[in-house]
Design a protein around this ligand. Structure first.
Ligand SMILES: Cc1cc2nc3c(=O)[nH]c(=O)nc-3n(C[C@H](O)[C@H](O)[C@H](O)COP(=O)(O)OP(=O)(O)OC[C@H]3O[C@@H](n4cnc5c(N)ncnc54)[C@H](O)[C@@H]3O)c2cc1C
Length: 499
């Protein structure tokens, strides 16, 4: 079995598969491998049953922070989190790119390069606005409530093709409509001869060395090409694209072997903290029908640092998201078919104490505290969203941080007194993240970054990063398009180094 390559990419998600795609399309001679720790499932596995599909995720759902206050969802499967994402596509905001250029020396992010690259990416993965005729009632009611409040409503762009509007996108798509790496980049790179190995867990790396354990393929997944066991792979370049939960952890496990002393490794993570809340409409609206997300509002993005997106979650996750317990909670859940749903996304700042570390066994530990400022923004977002529910015609809402449960239509004009920071307790309520960023920040100066602007880890010769952990600060929008942009550039840089 081949164990020596020119380039080994660790991880097959957005960063890893995009990198391998650009590298292999331009240089057919390079011997490239992707080592992916998750199984390789094909479409026939995606049955859209919530309990079965939790197998796609780390910890069968999410990784909790050490203080138990936030749960980070990420997939451990071929395709990475792009196998479960919704495909909401945003270009990075110009203010964020300006900060990355000015504060971190990412000078390659020039206007012209960004727009031509994103034009190309968006065409390739079919990013487009969905027509209004696709708006299900949840999306229509969001637009109605927002307009009554005077909030601007915009249409989301999504990367789908031949979508059958099954609704359960975050459980994997049965028809392959989502243009994630499982459908777009991975088939292409396999066709070009890239060796793609599933169930291959990378423990650590050294210069030109990858230490990996290949496990049995789980039932229902494609069989392994390599026998189970421990392997040492060798390569001229090694590209870590294991995502924010794991790229920093691999670097921390490899500190001795690589003689790394950079104290920024794992630090400055941002989580784009999210809260999904629900109101009950007066009649059935069946949010699970149709594509879940078509509209959003960035009205408060500059002033109060949050976005509101429409959303839909399956019964188990919805039960977790709704605060409280007992009769009150179960009564509320009985109205699942009447539920309107909003996803609040808070733009958090990169802070040094928020970080990925490893425990004694080398496993990832997430340390995260929501800042007081971010908590204020969240409270404001909860107040606005609850008001939006009532303006749209909801009769009650079960809202975290509220003095009253449930809140009813009559409370509509009193929400600032009823939903408060003092009542919002993160050990009782469910804060989550699906957009982790940082931990191996890019920058020219090793004193505030981990990787240089070619993606190479400062102080190493052969170790590179190509995933969301490169972000020096939060991109403040759904991140996958920005990850693709960076990965495209880094692959082009590496190609130049092979010339
Ligand atoms: C439910 C959900 C919905 C989302 N919706 C959207 C959306 O609509 N729009 C958007 O922009 N973003 C969305 N995201 C976020 C987006 O999917 C991520 O930002 C993106 O996938 C991150 O890319 P990445 O390459 O950094 O990591 P990933 O895509 O997570 O890939 C990392 C890969 O590395 C593998 N790996 C980890 N450790 C190892 C190891 N030690 N050895 C080998 N392989 C390893 C993992 O199994 C995984 O396949 C969503 C995420 C989730 C979870």
């Amino acid at each position: 079995m081949q164990t020596d390559f020119d380039v080994i990419v660790v991880g097959s998600g957005v960063g890893g598969a995009t990198f391998a795609d650009y590298l292999s399309r331009e240089n057919k001679k390079l011997r490239i491998a992707i080592l992916e720790s998750g199984p390789f499932y094909d479409r026939s596995f995606f049955n859209q049953r919530e309990v079965d599909m939790t197998r796609l995720y780390y910890n069968r759902g999410a990784v909790l922070s050490d203080n138990l206050e936030i749960a980070v969802a990420a997939a451990n499967t071929m395709g990475g989190s792009s196998a479960v994402y919704t495909g909401v596509s945003f270009r990075p905001p110009t203010s964020v790119l300006e900060k990355w250029r000015n504060d971190f020396g990412m000078d390659f992010l020039k206007e012209e390069y960004i727009s031509s690259s994103l034009d190309e990416i968006e065409k390739e993965i079919n990013i487009h606005e969905l027509p209004e005729s696709w708006d299900n009632q949840n999306n229509q009611l969001f637009a109605k409530g927002a307009k009554k409040l005077g909030l601007s409503v915009k249409r989301l762009k999504i990367n789908i093709k031949d979508c059958q509007q099954q609704g359960f996108c975050n459980l994997g798509c049965t028809v392959g409509a989502k243009r994630g790496t499982l459908e777009v980049q991975i088939p292409k790179v396999i066709e070009r001869g890239v060796v793609v190995i599933a169930n291959a867990l990378v423990r650590k790396v050294g210069e030109n060395r990858v230490y990996c354990t290949i496990k049995e393929a789980p039932e229902g997944s494609k069989p392994n090409k390599y026998k189970s066991g421990d392997y040492t792979f060798t390569a001229k370049r090694i590209v870590l694209a294991a995502g924010v939960l794991n790229t920093p952890a691999i670097l921390l496990r490899s500190k001795k072997e690589l003689s790394l002393s950079n104290t920024n490794i794992g630090r400055y993570i941002t989580l784009h903290p999210a809260m999904n809340i629900n109101g009950v409409y007066k009649e059935n609206i069946y949010s699970y029908n149709g594509f879940p997300k078509t509209v959003y509002s960035d009205f408060y993005s500059e002033s109060d640092h949050f976005y509101l997106e429409t959303s839909f979650y399956f019964p188990g996750v919805t039960a977790k998201n709704n605060p409280g317990y007992g009769e009150l909670h179960s009564d509320f859940m009985k109205d699942y078919s009447k539920m309107m749903s909003i996803l609040i996304l808070i733009h958090d700042e990169a802070e040094k104490h928020n970080r990925i570390s490893i425990d004694r066994k080398g496993n990832t530990v997430v340390h995260y505290r929501l800042s007081a400022k971010a908590k204020e923004h969240l409270v404001k977002a909860l107040q606005v969203s609850t008001q939006l529910f009532f303006e749209a015609g909801c009769t009650r809402a079960l809202i975290p941080g509220s003095k009253k449960a449930p809140l009813t239509f009559e409370d509509k004009d009193n929400l600032e007194d009823l939903i408060t920071s003092g009542e919002l307790n993160f050990s009782k309520t469910s804060l989550s993240s699906a957009h982790p960023q940082g931990g191996a920040r890019m920058g020219k100066d090793p004193s505030n970054s981990v990787c240089d602007t070619s993606g190479r880890v400062h102080g190493t010769k052969s170790i590179y990063v190509s995933d969301a952990s490169l972000f020096p600060s939060s991109v403040k929008v759904n991140p996958y398009e920005t990850i693709m942009l960076l990965s495209k550039y880094l692959a082009e840089e590496m190609l130049r180094s092979f010339e």
